[in-house]
Design a protein around this ligand. Structure first.
Ligand SMILES: NC(=O)c1ccc[n+]([C@@H]2O[C@H](COP(=O)([O-])OP(=O)(O)OC[C@H]3O[C@@H](n4cnc5c(N)ncnc54)[C@H](O)[C@@H]3O)[C@@H](O)[C@H]2O)c1
Length: 390
């Protein structure tokens, strides 16, 4: 169904589309990259050629010219007519994506697989724009696509069952780590990771600790590569806040995913983070970064609170069959580089300890936000693990 000879089309030559095209062409496919913006396509072309040259200079590849020769750039959608797999990575707007899917379906063969790289939209509603909705699925890559191993494979309600293992196998051939996620808001990573940001902001808003101290605790004690505020500034509040708001709305306003005013105000101010020179932190050349308060008792309290919220999210996702336990672990370690899978972390801390921390937050605040997953309660009460002890 999908193999090395599959001609791959990519729609949208922005950050994600250009990266996905690079991954596919380096995996041996003939690739057609299309964008309706000529300048964006030109930029992607220049960058791709340069990237392949650099990879050759570094000795990572030795056939840059041959790879470049497999790469085609199309200024019209009709350039995708020969493709057997088309991956869409355009602007995150449902109506625009639906129109593009309906249009591309008319051009390609009836067995051409159509995939969306959407971060937050329902694959099922995108598929509904197609006559043959059973050929549509989600292939969610992470940024930058050539470097991040994870791909979430998301079957829509309508997707032909045999397409899922075929897509998974193709992603493995591309050197990726595919996981299967249910078509629910945020899929795996963008759902389970919400408390990393939300609970950190909540701790800051309550004045329990400042941003620098929370970042210090999560990196030095928690072992995360970046603290939540540094990471949000890095991702950009136009992206990170919007994902939080979309997930919150898509979950019928579940308070667990409630966005914060602190982050919304940054967005309103145009303080988007690193890219605009200011976000939670000030990145001006003459600005000094705030010092953290290296109080380990406070640090452990911060890590404990954010981590049990993350663990609870992962356990709830398992409870609701969003993904298998193994795929949940792969998603968080390969998609956002967490130092450990959250279910393993729960086993290490023990489910009854995690449950006790969460219940004490629930009793303190009386907020639904801190409700424990029924599965965490069961595991905690029965003192069970998610994975056998090593
Ligand atoms: N940036 C990320 O971190 C990230 C990660 C995973 C998934 N995604 C998803 O990938 C998609 C693309 O994101 P991005 O960050 O690459 O965006 P981007 O803005 O960098 O690129 C989008 C590209 O699509 C083109 N485009 C827009 N409408 C088009 C149309 N109708 N036809 C053809 N081309 C069109 C634009 O000209 C632009 O070049 C979105 O659905 C986003 O949610 C983004």
């Amino acid at each position: 169904m999908l193999d090395k000879n599959t001609i791959v089309g990519v729609i949208g030559s922005g950050a994600m589309g250009a990266g996905i095209a690079q991954v596919a062409v380096m995996a041996g496919h003939k690739v057609v990259l299309y964008d309706n913006n000529a300048a964006a396509l030109d930029k992607a072309k220049g960058n791709l050629i340069l990237t392949l040259q650099k990879l050759q200079e570094k000795g990572k590849i030795n056939d840059a010219a041959a790879i470049t020769a497999r790469m085609n750039f199309a200024a019209e959608l009709s350039g995708l007519a020969e493709c057997q797999l088309v991956i869409e990575a355009i602007v995150e707007k449902l109506e625009i994506k639906k129109a593009v899917f309906a249009e591309v379906e008319k051009l390609v063969a009836p067995d051409c697989v159509l995939a969306s790289n959407t971060s937050s939209l329902s694959i099922t509603s995108i598929a509904a724009a197609c006559t043959k909705a059973d050929r549509v699925l989600g292939l969610h890559f992470f940024n930058p696509a050539p470097l991040m191993a994870l791909v979430e494979v998301i079957p829509a309600v309508q997707t032909a069952p045999e397409l899922v293992p075929a897509a998974k196998q193709l992603m493995q051939q591309w050197g990726k780590v595919p996981v299967i996620a249910k078509d629910t808001p945020g899929f795996i990573v963008n759902r389970v990771a919400r408390p990393f940001y939300g609970e950190a902001i909540r701790i800051y808003e309550e004045g329990i600790a400042d941003m620098a101290t929370i970042d210090w605790a999560m990196t030095e004690i928690g072992g995360f590569k970046m603290g939540p505020f540094t990471l949000m500034d890095y991702i950009g509040h136009d992206v990170n806040y919007v994902v939080t708001e979309t997930v919150f709305q898509s979950f019928f306003y579940d308070p667990r995913y409630k966005p914060s005013f602190s982050q919304k105000r940054l967005l309103e101010a145009g303080w988007l983070g690193r890219k605009s020179g200011r976000g939670f932190y000030n990145y001006a050349a003459d600005a000094t970064m705030p010092e953290s308060n290296k109080d380990t008792v406070l640090g452990y309290r911060i890590v404990e609170r954010i981590l049990v919220m993350l663990i609870n999210e992962a356990v709830e996702a398992l409870h609701l069959n969003i993904a298998s336990a193994e795929d949940l672990e792969l998603a968080m370690t390969k998609g956002v580089n967490y130092p450990k899978g959250l279910l393993h972390w729960c086993d290490e801390w023990t489910a009854d300890k995690c449950l006790a921390i969460l219940d004490s937050l629930y009793h303190e605040y009386h907020e639904d936000r801190y409700r424990a997953s029924a599965l965490l309660r069961k595991k905690g009460t029965e003192r069970e693990r998610f994975f056998p002890a090593q």
